[in-house]
Design a binder for this molecule. Structure first.
Ligand code: UDP
Length: 238
């Protein structure tokens, strides 16, 4: 049935459409952390993230990455290809930050000699644990070839995104991706790419991402607005 809510997530609600292969993602005015343990309404966040995510997906599509993004429908909605989501969070790190800094007792801000890709098992009840390839194979979430493909995709997307953000004066510290399989079993980039899922630092070391909310550093919408405007400026000049 079209227009039925098929999933309610922390940052987005998903709706069915007349086409069984297409869904509508509606970005919500909500910020969460600690797996939803802290949750706040943030007016205007949905439309900022939908616009940023749409713009980044357009850039990735243009650079030849297959993504689920079809088009932006409104300020808060975009249409996406319906996929069976692989329950892995694929994290790529260029610079030490967040849980990586904590886990290894390192200072945030140290550049890694080579980007590191990590997998987390997407499972709310387990708080998305850190896992390795052998765990992923044991859990049957993906084959060895698919895991290799996910890592290669993350590295390729990293090169595109690093360049994109560098052009607006931001350093891509780390980010999280999710992928899904289409009807043909092909693996395609899914979910969102936004300051909710990427760490972005400006040249003065200011956090231009969800850490503003996580660490109570100021207004998250003010910061996301700056990121959106810079990206829009870039897109207009193309
Ligand atoms: N991330 C995300 N969703 C999650 C966990 C992490 O989008 O559920 C992103 C986060 O924004 C950062 C990167 O993945 O860009 C690495 O996050 P980290 O493991 O350092 O965890 P955190 O410190 O955010 O808890």
């Amino acid at each position: 049935m079209p227009n039925q809510k098929i999933y309610s997530g922390k940052a987005k609600d998903l709706y069915s459409t007349e086409d069984e292969n297409v869904i509508v993602a509606q970005y919500k005015d909500q910020a969460t952390m600690l797996n939803g343990a802290r949750k706040e309404e943030v007016l205007g966040k949905g439309k900022l993230n939908n616009q940023i995510s749409s713009l980044i997906f357009r850039q990735l599509n243009k650079a030849g990455i297959k993504t689920h993004f079809i088009k932006q429908l409104s300020e808060t909605e975009q249409s996406n290809v319906k996929l069976a989501i692989i329950p892995l969070e694929v994290v790529l790190r260029n610079v030490v930050a967040g849980s990586f800094a904590k886990r290894f007792g390192l200072e945030e801000g140290v550049k890694l000699s080579k980007p590191i890709v990590e997998f987390y098992y997407k499972n709310d009840d387990l708080d998305d644990p850190f896992i390795n390839d052998e765990h992923a194979l044991f859990l049957k979430v993906a084959s060895a070839e698919e895991l290799a493909f996910l890592k290669a995709q993350a590295r390729q997307i990293n090169i595109i995104l690093q360049d994109l953000f560098a052009r607006i004066g931001l350093t891509l510290i780390d980010f999280k991706l999710e992928f899904g399989r289409n009807q043909a079993g092909e693996i395609i980039l899914a979910d969102e790419v936004s300051p909710d899922t990427c760490r972005l630092w400006d040249t003065d070391g200011n956090h231009m991402d969800k850490d503003v909310f996580r660490r109570n550093l100021g207004s998250i919408t003010d910061v996301y607005q700056v990121v959106l405007e810079k990206l829009q400026g870039l897109e207009e000049n193309e």
